[in-house]
Design a protein around this ligand. Structure first.
Ligand code: TMP
Length: 238
């Protein structure tokens, strides 16, 4: 399959049309941003890692009954995905306190929750992705009640599958962000990416951060952290 016109360029990926109207090609970049685009940088090799990691995780989820947009990996950075209309919600699941949760509620990072939490943000750059609940999402007609129920159930299922998968790599899945899309028949599939850009991943033994917080917080060793997660992922599938 060949790229035709570029449909969209985001902070970390480009999306291209193809000669088949049902499919797009996503192309992962090394560009990184944080804090709503205020901090900009490059993480060398990130695009290739995030592409391949996302695809492996999506295939694992598919094998466990989670429908996704994944179709075929074309190259290091490029993947064919089903064309979807993205539900404009960022769905965040948390297992351990960190990031904006710790800040908002004035708690330390690293508190293990008895049960995972879910929150939604309205995916809208002009408004800086404001937090909202499912009633707000319904009022704004961002999704139907049925779609929101489906998204919640899928997000919690993805959490259980990813948590167990990362645990085998001696990694604790702290929190992560998912996005969902609608296929032409109206069904909901998991879309976007699952990578150290969109997850907080802590080494289970040392609690070392192996994710984009190294970039956000200028901790150094950013490339090495991404490569380490990829190495453990490849080892786990041997
Ligand atoms: P937060 O603690 O900053 O709200 O982030 C929660 C999780 O969501 C964390 O794993 C990073 C991820 N995330 C994104 O993927 N994109 C975003 O724009 C934000 C704000 C967070």
């Amino acid at each position: 399959m060949e790229k035709t016109v570029q449909l969209y360029e985001g902070k970390a990926k480009k999306v291209f049309a193809t000669d088949n109207d049902n499919y797009c090609i996503v192309s992962y970049k090394d560009d990184a941003t944080a804090f709503d685009g205020l901090k900009k940088g490059t993480i060398s090799g990130k695009g290739a890692i995030n592409n391949q990691m996302t695809n492996r995780l999506m295939q694992m989820l598919e094998a466990h009954g989670v429908p996704t947009h994944f179709v075929e990996e074309l190259s290091e950075r490029d993947t064919v995905v089903k064309k979807v209309s993205i539900v404009p919600l960022e769905v965040i699941i948390r297992n351990i306190s960190a990031g904006s949760f710790a800040k908002r509620y004035g708690v330390e990072e690293g508190i293990v929750f008895d049960a995972p939490t879910i929150e939604f943000s309205y995916k809208n750059d002009d408004l800086h992705d404001p937090l909202l609940n499912s009633y707000h999402a319904l009022a704004l007609k961002l999704a139907t009640a049925e779609e929101i129920d489906t998204i919640k159930a899928m997000a919690f299922k993805v959490n259980e599958l990813l948590k167990a998968f990362f645990k085998k790599m001696n990694i604790d899945l702290v929190d992560f962000k998912l996005e969902f899309g609608r296929l032409p028949d109206g069904s909901i599939v998991l879309a976007d990416e699952i990578s150290p850009d969109t997850c907080r991943l802590w080494d289970s033994t040392t609690h070392e951060k192996l994710d984009k917080d190294r970039f956000r917080r200028d901790l150094g060793g950013v490339e090495d952290a991404y490569a380490e997660v990829m190495r453990r992922l490849m080892d786990s599938s041997k």
